[in-house]
Design a protein around this ligand. Structure first.
Ligand SMILES: *[C@@H]1O[C@H](CO)[C@@H](O)[C@H](O)[C@H]1NC(C)=O
Ligand SMILES: *[C@@H]1O[C@H](CO)[C@@H](O)[C@H](O)[C@H]1NC(C)=O
Ligand SMILES: *[C@@H]1O[C@H](CO)[C@@H](O)[C@H](O)[C@H]1NC(C)=O
Length: 469
């Protein structure tokens, strides 16, 4: 323990000193996230770049749900897709929304000692939102990732197309599975278990996407589930400014036969996997209509993008609340299966945060009082069992006579505090070890299709179907 203590505590202390810097960085990153796809510059007028007439298509609501195709209310609007043999290779594409300065070299990452890159076997479509000369680009930099996603769909939707729109590549077709992604390698809204964008892609279990038709890539419910957007909010919530424009946006997107729902929910952040079947279940005109809305809306991107963030699940499941159980999502979706222990793991992870915080608080307090050098030295000695005897006169702990154990606490860190720090630190290490061990076991369990099948799905929390469907 002695040997591994000091560097670790030094790291903690450094962390404490840098707390404010770190908070600053987080604030800046959140800000950057919110500004991820910047507003268009003034000279990019809508009329100049839209490759088709927006006149007419927007003079009436874009008919998101085509009434002639809408099944009667009593029937289930979408059926689960059919999954083939486990070794079936599905055709698949990554659709990435990016600005020209965003770096996407992570597509070439290799993971877990493999020499195969993340994007190997995927068609990759990078839609640049602010560069009309990019091979794939959006007509306008407006509406954030939604503009890129919709443009990809419109460009690749299979004929017959209705109404005729200019497709940049009328020959191409959609693959069986499409992942819609942001350009970052890692972000605050990534899943638990270090599922960054590259590892999300490599771990994703495609049969789940085929079966469900639509899978939000984020399993964690917070924010977004289970009860998130209230289009008629009792009061303005600064964390959900889109609530205040949701009802009016909904009425522009949907025909009057689909009244504004009381609540909409799905995990946040607009990254998801969709089957070709589900995309084709809506007519092309729907996607064109939504993009027209995005091109012409007077809402700022921060709002229009966020409105659509809670429309995708409606589009591809016909449900306003789509919150799959987290445990099943991680297991069936990513092969991380805890058997019955998911709740325990999450609980211990929370506990780790609390204990760590307590350790750093006590340690920080002592360092403030006595200085880093003294505290480290005493921690090292007491940690290695050298508490000193009465009358012991070891050098290095102070000028007074006698061993550490019977020094005056007003001139040295108190033994009680030092032992508290050591015991909290031990708790932290034990929790870290436990979490790591259980996670490794969960990954191992997740390799077995039989184990995955056991946790396939908590029931989707999807009771409020879109009224009228
Ligand atoms: C829109 O349509 C109206 C009537 O159909 C027409 O008079 C007008 O010129 C059109 N505007 C544009 C920008 O195409
Ligand atoms: C991946 O690597 C290849 C070969 O070095 C390079 O041509 C390509 O641009 C890289 N892709 C990305 C997205 O950086
Ligand atoms: C990856 O490694 C294997 C075994 O070492 C090798 O046979 C294979 O050619 C490598 N693939 C690539 C793309 O480098």
């Amino acid at each position: 323990m002695f040997r591994r203590l000091p560097p670790q505590f030094r790291a903690v202390l450094r962390g404490r000193k840098e707390l404010f810097t770190t908070l600053g960085v987080i604030v800046v990153m959140l800000f950057l996230y919110s500004q991820r796809v910047p507003l268009s510059t003034a000279e990019h007028s809508v009329a100049q770049y839209i490759p088709f007439s927006i006149n007419g298509s927007y003079s009436k609501p874009p008919q998101l749900i085509n009434p002639s195709r809408t099944p009667p209310r009593s029937s289930t609007p979408f059926q689960p897709g059919t999954v083939d043999a486990p070794d079936r290779q599905y055709t698949k594409a990554l659709v990435i929304a990016r600005t020209k300065t965003e770096e996407i070299s992570w597509l070439n990452d290799t993971l877990d000692g493999s020499n195969i890159s993340v994007s190997e076997g995927w068609e990759v479509y990078t839609y640049t939102t602010d560069d009309l000369s990019a091979p794939h680009h959006t007509p306008l930099n407006k509406g954030r990732e939604a503009m890129a996603y919709l443009t990809y769909i419109i460009d690749h939707y299979n004929p017959p197309s209705f109404p005729p729109v200019q497709q940049s590549n009328p020959e191409s077709s959609l693959p069986e599975v499409i992942l819609f992604l942001h350009a970052h390698r890692q972000s605050w809204h990534d899943n638990l278990f270090s599922l960054t964008t590259p590892s999300t892609i490599t771990h994703l279990h495609l049969p789940r996407v085929i079966r469900l038709g639509y899978m939000n890539l984020r399993c964690s419910w917070d924010p977004g589930c289970p009860d998130h957007i209230h289009p008629h909010p009792a009061e303005f919530d600064p964390y959900k400014p889109e609530e205040s424009v949701f009802a009016s946006s909904w009425s522009q997107l949907f025909p009057p036969s689909h009244p504004v729902p009381a609540v909409l929910s799905q995990p946040c952040c607009a990254q998801f996997a969709v089957s070709r079947e589900r995309i084709l279940a809506r007519p092309l005109a729907v996607y064109v209509g939504i993009r027209d809305w995005l091109l012409t809306t007077e809402l700022v991107d921060a709002l229009s993008g966020r409105v659509l963030e809670y429309i995708w699940q409606v589009l591809w499941t016909g449900r306003v609340v789509v919150c799959p159980g987290e445990r099943g999502c991680y297991c069936d979706g990513y092969g991380i299966c805890f058997g019955g222990g998911f709740g325990e793991w999450v609980g211990k992870r929370r506990e780790l945060g609390v204990v760590r915080g307590r350790r750093d608080e006590v340690l920080g307090g002592e360092v403030e009082k006595w200085g880093e050098g003294v505290v480290m030295e005493v921690l090292g000695r007491v940690g290695s069992g050298d508490v000193g005897e009465v009358g012991d006169d070891e050098p290095g702990l102070g000028k007074d006579e006698g061993g550490y154990a019977n020094r005056d606490p007003s001139s040295q860190p108190s033994l009680v505090k030092i032992q508290e720090i050591l015991s909290l630190n031990q708790e932290v290490e034990d929790l870290e070890d436990w979490l790591e061990r259980e996670l490794a076991a969960a990954r191992e369990r997740g390799k077995d299709p039989a184990e995955r099948a056991k946790e396939v799905e908590g029931p989707l929390l999807d009771i409020p179907a879109l009224s009228g469907e």
